[in-house]
Each structure stands twice: as C-alpha cells, then as structure tokens.
Design a binder for this molecule. Structure first.
Ligand SMILES: *Cc1c(COP(=O)(O)O)cnc(C)c1O
Length: 283
C-alpha cells in the first residue's frame, strides 16, 4: 500500500510534506486499523482451541463491526456485549454484526464499567460458557503487536512524523514500536482527557506523543468548524473521513502545520485508520 501525497498551499508555505497511508482501502469490510488489532487476538484464540469470541463495545463501535465480520470469516462464534439499552430498529453497526452471526447482548452502563473485573468475567462464563475474551477495542498487548505491523510494507524511513488518531492508544503504541529512534509518532486524541491508557498499555514514551487539543468536546462530539473542514478535505482530496477519528486527526495536522509546529523540511505520514462512514455496509 502506497502513501498518497496531499497538496495544499500551506504545506508549501511551511516547507512540509504530508502523505496519507490509506488503510481504509485494505479491505471492504474489516478495514482500517481493526484487522491489525484483531489479528493476534484471533490467532491466540485458535491456538487455545477456542471457538467463541466475546468482546465489548458501544452501539456504534467500529470494533464490534470488525470483530463480527472477522469472526465470521475465521469461523468463530461471536458474542458482542453492548454498552447501554437496546434501541430498535438496530442501527447499521449492530444489524451488520447480527447478520455476521454475532450474538448481541446489552449491559447497562454501570455493569459495563465492571467488564474487566475477574468476578464479572467469571459470571460471564457461567452465562455464556467457554469463550476467548477480546477486550474493548482489542486494545491489549496482542492488539499493539498487530499494530506494530501497520508500517511493514511502507517505506516509513522517509518520514519524520507518523500521525494517527488516539482512541485507546493501542494503534499509536504499536506504531511507536516500529519506528526508528529519529522518528516520532503523534496521536491525536478523540477523547477529552488523554491520560487514560487502557490497562496493560505502557505510558507515553520518547517516540510517541499525545496531542490533546483536537477532541472537539470529546468522543463523537463535533463542531460546525470540524464539519466544514471535513467537507472541504473530502472535496479537495477525494479521501473520505469519519466524524469520530480521522476528521479530528486531519484537522489537527493541518492546524499544527499552519501554526509552524513542524520545522521546514519535515515529512509527515498520516495513518488513515478507516472508520464507518467510509464503507457504510448495509443490507
Ligand atoms: C478504533 C479506531 C481508532 C482507535 O484506535 P486505538 O487503537 O483505540 O487508539 C482509530 N480510528 C478508527 C477509524 C477506528 O475505528
């Protein structure tokens, strides 16, 4: 997969180059960063001779969408525990997951918060029997390991900065692992308050940094300015963005370039991590 160069007068003014790695094109269904996050989790489940994958997510979760499809493809049964109440008709994410064969169950918000406790997981085993647990977002060490392969086929030595959106941080951390010491990964947080790392993930290190100024009010929040930017970006580049992750990252990158954050001569690679507006699969 080849990075695509973007053009804009401000890049010239600031003397920087911006390329995009279009991971949203890697698969029509399980796209973006999700196949990388799931890869070693599903291989581990196979190795342990497990037949059912159980995981967690919100009702609009790209992770639920991707896990349902990947399980169908790899021959696993899947169970998705969804935060909050059931709303009918099912939205496109959940109806897609169901079509893939995922068993959908709902957890109220308070119960959902207990999803990593040993006691709660024991109860889940009593209810659902044997399963292999993939955490929310597949953001564990195996997810990070998969994300360390995102740049495998890219000549990434050409770039000084690698940018990606920051949700749980597993993607950024995986990318950070694969960089040379003179390169840096920047994660654009889509959440308000960025210090929350998923359990099992390490803290910010020398080769990656979290940018916290472009969350636009928090997860899935937006603003007229962000929407205007997204429309303009899509029109001029023909690259589709999703409202939760990639639009905020690109807004942030353009703003930082404009503000002179990157010194002249800098080469930036933005990882387009996918997202659902890109391929709204409907049945
Ligand atoms: C899931 C997702 C992310 C978040 O990745 P993390 O590893 O949790 O930081 C980013 N972008 C898109 C499009 C996603 O679907």
């Amino acid at each position: 997969m080849k990075p695509i160069q973007l053009h804009n007068p401000i890049f010239q003014t600031r003397g920087v180059r911006l390329h995009v790695l279009p991971l949203y094109l890697n698969d029509p269904v399980i796209s973006g960063n999700k196949p990388y996050k799931l890869k070693y989790n599903l291989l581990d489940a196979k190795k342990q001779d497990q037949h059912t994958i159980l995981t967690f997510g919100g009702a609009f979760s790209n992770h639920i969408h991707a896990t349902a499809a990947a399980c169908k493809q790899a021959g696993f049964k899947s169970i998705g525990l969804i935060r909050g109440e059931q709303t009918l008709p099912l939205n496109s994410t959940l109806s897609f997951a169901k079509k893939c064969g995922m068993q959908i169950e709902y957890l109220d918000r308070e119960t959902y918060r207990k999803k990593t406790s040993a006691e709660f997981i024991k109860k889940l085993h009593q209810q659902f029997g044997e399963f292999y647990l993939v955490p929310e977002g597949a953001s564990n060490a195996l997810g990070v390991k998969g994300c360390s392969e995102i740049l495998n086929d890219v000549n990434s030595n050409n770039f000084n900065y690698i940018c990606c959106p920051w949700g749980t941080g597993a993607t950024l951390q995986g990318i950070g692992l694969s960089l040379q010491s003179n390169q840096k990964a920047l994660g654009f947080s889509v959440l308000k308050g960025v210090s929350q790392l998923q359990p099992g993930l390490q803290n910010e290190s020398a080769n990656f940094q979290i940018i916290g100024d472009y969350h636009f009010g928090g997860y899935a929040k937006s603003s007229p300015e962000l929407i205007r930017f997204t429309e303009e970006f899509e029109k001029t580049t023909t690259i589709p963005l999703d409202p939760v992750y990639t639009s905020k990252m690109f807004y942030g990158i353009y703003d930082l370039i404009q503000k002179g954050f990157f010194s002249p001569g800098t080469r930036i690679l933005a990882i387009h991590t996918g997202g659902l507006k890109v391929f709204p699969v409907t049945f």
